[in-house]
Design a protein around this ligand. Structure first.
Ligand code: FES
Ligand code: FE2
Length: 415
């Protein structure tokens, strides 16, 4: 018997709730079989960085925005995060398309607003106009512009250049290489059914912004994958609300879900399942390989929000920009609701800026000064980091460097 959407959602939440309660009762956690060392060059090596930028950010689908960010026909967003100038737009036929944001006349940046709604994109250089399906529809002085072939010489061959794009589960994925093949269903695999449960297609954007950090993008990404650091780094900010000693982890190919256990869930252990409030059990992190963290949180019980943290590497291994956007699941209900969600953006941004990204910048600088062969260690509870680094290395075809049992500097100190 196939379950309805509501039944699947409930079953998933209840299953996660039971795992959380089991861990609380027995003092356990999901753990990797062993800790894992990783050579620090994985973060600092410019050759690996270049391979990641090309393979993971140009030849892999990445989340550009939510479907609802380009809900109406003509609604568009520019997408420059990968370094490739792209515009994402919904056409009159309801299809989302992506194009290089490059006028075919002489290369000007065609769409210069970050977002908006338009039936025509008109280039500000000489005024060529394109429909939102990418077709060139008008060029001023077309009769003078062309030779004997006339207007048709422009119209037939000078449409915008398409970039692979797909919409799934309320997300718009773009693969930033024109002419490349993108198979979004193969990419998402079994994770697609999990993303579907979040009903992202009903979420409304409330606030966005950027969080730059002088660190490697993977170092920044790592801070979203484990709750182990809550008790120390987030002693004042998150530790009062979340336990740092319980991980609930599920891999789905290279993607994963990590739940963080809110302290209020401790009361579940003494209550009947019906009274748990499992609607909050699907909080935590959904990691969409290679760079997107989708955090499901709550302003207060029952008042949920979604935040995307999309991490993009800069030119050098030590530059990252995180694009952070917060959404109201099911849409904004009132001005007061909007304000609450905006405040949640500010609160999480403050924690990231003043805690996670200070650690990330200082830590990245430190890694560059360690002797060759030095390692970082991902503990058993940092299981998601272990799998992310393996998956990233596999995707770029550069195996993780072999590691020795101990750091060279520790060996020297011991001798
Ligand atoms: S470059 Fe766009 S119209 Fe000339
Ligand atoms: Fe953190």
């Amino acid at each position: 018997m196939t379950l309805s959407f509501a039944e699947r959602l409930h079953e998933t939440r209840l299953g996660l709730g039971r795992r959380i309660v089991e861990h609380i009762r027995s003092g356990t956690s999901d753990l990797a079989p062993a800790a894992m060392r990783n050579d620090v060059s994985v973060y600092t090596d410019p050759v690996r960085h270049a391979a990641e930028r090309q393979t993971l950010f140009r030849e892999t689908p990445v989340v550009a925005c939510f479907s609802n960010d380009v809900r109406e026909p003509g609604q568009f967003r520019t997408f420059d995060e990968t370094g490739v100038p792209i515009v994402v737009v919904r056409g009159r036929d309801g299809e989302v398309r992506a194009f290089l944001n490059v006028c075919q006349h002489r290369g000007a940046r065609l769409v210069r607003e970050a977002e908006g709604k338009a039936n025509l994109f008109t280039c500000w250089f000489h005024g060529w106009s394109y429909a939102n399906d990418g077709h060139l529809v008008a060029a001023p002085e077309a009769d003078r512009f062309c030779d004997a072939d006339g207007v048709s010489a422009i119209g037939s061959s000078d449409h915008l250049i398409s970039v692979p794009v797909a919409e799934r589960h309320g997300l718009v994925f773009v693969q930033a290489t024109p002419g490349s093949t993108m198979d979004i269903d193969a990419h998402l695999g079994s994770f697609g059914a999990q993303l579907e449960l979040l009903e992202l297609d009903k979420a409304e954007k409330v606030k966005d912004g950027v969080l730059p950090v002088d660190s490697n993008w993977k170092f920044a990404l790592d801070t979203y994958g484990e709750g182990y650091h809550f008790a120390a780094l987030h002693k004042q900010t998150l530790a009062p609300y979340f336990r740092s000693d319980i991980t609930v982890y599920d891999p789905f190919g290279p993607h994963h879900r990590v739940l963080f256990v809110a302290r209020e869930m401790e009361t579940w252990a003494n209550r009947a399942e019906e009274d748990w409030g499992v609607d909050d059990a699907l909080g935590g992190i959904h990691y969409i390989f290679p760079n997107t963290i989708l955090f499901a949180g709550a302003v207060s019980p029952g008042k949920r929000y979604y935040t995307t943290f999309r991490h993009f590497p800069g030119e050098t291994p030590g530059e990252t920009v995180t694009y952070k956007t917060i959404y109201a699941p099911g849409g904004v209900k009132s001005d007061a609701h909007r304000k609450e969600v905006e405040d949640a953006w500010d609160a999480t941004a403050h924690v990231v800026r003043t805690e996670d990204y200070v650690v990330s910048a200082e830590g990245y600088r430190n890694l560059q000064h360690l002797p060759p062969g030095s390692t970082v260690i991902y503990g058993r509870q940092e299981i998601s980091l272990q799998n992310v680094h393996k998956s990233l290395a596999e995707a770029i075809g550069m195996p993780l460097p072999p590691v020795t049992a101990t750091n060279p500097q520790m060996r020297e100190a011991a001798e």
